[in-house]
Design a protein around this ligand. Structure first.
Ligand code: SAH
Length: 450
């Protein structure tokens, strides 16, 4: 168990598996291939993880692990590594995750029971598919075999949005007639590297991003016509150019070839514009619950000055703004900041501003300037926050810090810091954002001990 934890921690630190995590523009929580996406804010999916192990103790394994004869719910579960608990009953998955979380942060605060998904299938509204030759050199689209760069064809996936999977299959079927070649990494030839589909649950808008090695898509207009004829539900298509020898999915150059270039979604009564390179939670149903828990934890009265750090497109800050006096958000990714500023305008708010920059530098500056805040929301990437950030947060000294964590390992480390520096963890509520995988998302309320 201890060794396993170490492995997972290493894996999380390395941003998991086959793809390196980007910084800045393509920040850590976002753009990565399918398998990595699953583990974006989670424990590494492909590594028989702690949650899985925990739920299998006391001989339970015999009862629940799929026997050799019993077929897996998923045809590629042995290869993909995306859902390490795909064949495990939901109750058991939750028990396992609960145990991992209890073990990690129980010394600071006893976590509440997990908020569970009612129907934990097809919950991912963002799907990324790799387009590459398979082992025999034939074009394929799907996922990397765990720990390799070998593409395993995948037509549909139990945790992905069905419509998104269908669109990806249609694109794959269109390739021969348009003479579009998939990208061969070893030979460095071919055009199409990835397709990413994002579905907005509330508005039904759909964004398709084609990631190419070259800005020219053959017969572009005919391609768009064909694709939108077959899928009229698509509202925007983007060409993203990634011609670098990199492990990141998205490059920095983009052309909108259909529609407005972004989608809009509604969460907690607020409307959000989402661009292809901005972070947006993949499980919208549970995200609403997560945000409501975080905002409730802050118990805002309308008088507070609030900081929303690592704010992405401004979701938490914008939802909080209606209950606070003033909100300041900070985010590194400039595209997300642009979305956030547009989102403030769209929601007609005049008490919130979003700044572009590194959250740690922002906090240090705030502390040095003697700026005061009543509540700090922090929603850092998997690696957690920095010590300098937390030191500055303690110097600012808000009554409440609401920590939204996607890695209980970094959370454990950060709680140690906060509890040694004047704060105590009062409440921890885990929300199951990533069923079938080891992902553990938790909202923790820290309050001043004074
Ligand atoms: N709170 C948002 C985003 C959370 S994801 C939401 O709920 O949607 C974490 C965000 O932190 C990403 O948008 C990422 O771009 C941003 N980020 C990563 N490193 C950062 C840093 N050093 N400073 C500021 N923001 C950072």
């Amino acid at each position: 168990m201890k060794k396993m934890r170490e492995e997972m921690r290493k894996d999380l630190g390395n941003n998991s598996s086959t793809k390196k995590s980007p910084k800045g523009q393509n920040s850590e929580k976002k753009q990565s291939v399918r398998k990595q996406d699953y583990s974006r804010k989670q424990a590494s999916a492909g590594h028989n993880n702690d949650a899985k192990k925990a739920s299998m103790k006391n001989g339970e394994e015999k009862k629940t692990a799929p026997s050799k004869k019993k077929r897996s719910r998923c045809g590629v579960s042995g290869l993909c590594g995306g859902c390490s608990m795909i064949n495990m009953p939901y109750d058991e998955q939750i028990r396992g995750k609960q145990k991992v979380l209890d073990d990690l942060i129980g010394e600071f605060v006893i976590p509440d029971k997990f908020i569970r998904m009612k129907a934990p299938d097809h919950y991912r509204y963002k799907v990324t598919s790799i387009f590459a030759p398979d082992r025999k050199g034939k074009p394929a689209c799907g996922i990397y075999k765990e720990g390799t760069h070998e593409v395993i064809p995948v037509k549909s996936c139990l945790i992905e949005n069905i419509q998104a999977d269908r669109i990806i299959q249609t694109i794959f079927s269109l390739l021969p007639s348009f003479r579009i070649h998939v990208y061969d990494e070893d030979m460095d030839i071919g055009l199409l590297r990835y397709v990413q589909v994002r579905v907005a649950r509330a508005t039904k808008e759909i964004m398709v991003t084609l990631v190419l090695t070259d800005p020219v898509l053959p017969s572009r207009n005919t391609f768009v016509r064909e694709l939108t004829k077959r899928h009229p539900e698509i509202t925007t298509i983007i060409l993203n150019v990634n011609d670098r020898n990199t492990t990141m999915v998205l490059g920095n150059r983009e052309t909108v070839i259909y529609g407005k270039g972004y989608i809009e979604d509604v969460l907690c009564g607020k409307r959000f514009r989402i661009s292809s390179r901005s972070f947006y939670q993949v499980n919208p149903l549970m995200t609403e619950k997560l945000y409501n828990i975080a905002i409730d934890a802050a118990a805002l009265t309308g008088k507070e000055t609030v900081l929303d750090t690592y704010c992405g497109i401004g979701t938490i800050g914008i939802i909080a703004a209606s209950h606070a006096r003033h909100v300041v958000g900070v985010e590194l990714n400039s595209e997300a900041v642009r979305d956030a500023q547009e989102n403030i305008r769209m929601n007609s708010l005049d008490n919130i501003e979003i700044l572009q920059g590194d959250a740690t530098e922002f906090m240090i500056e705030m502390a040095q300037n003697g700026t005061k805040a009543d509540v700090i929301f922090m929603d850092p990437p998997r690696s957690g926050s920095t010590e300098e950030f937390m030191r500055a947060a303690c110097d600012i000294g808000p009554k409440k810090i609401v920590y939204i964590s996607c890695s209980p390992w970094s959370l454990q480390r950060d709680l140690e810091f906060f509890t040694e520096n004047g704060y105590e963890a009062r409440m921890a509520i885990p929300v199951d954002m990533f069923p079938y995988t080891g992902g553990i998302e938790t909202v923790v309320l820290l309050t001043h001990t004074k």
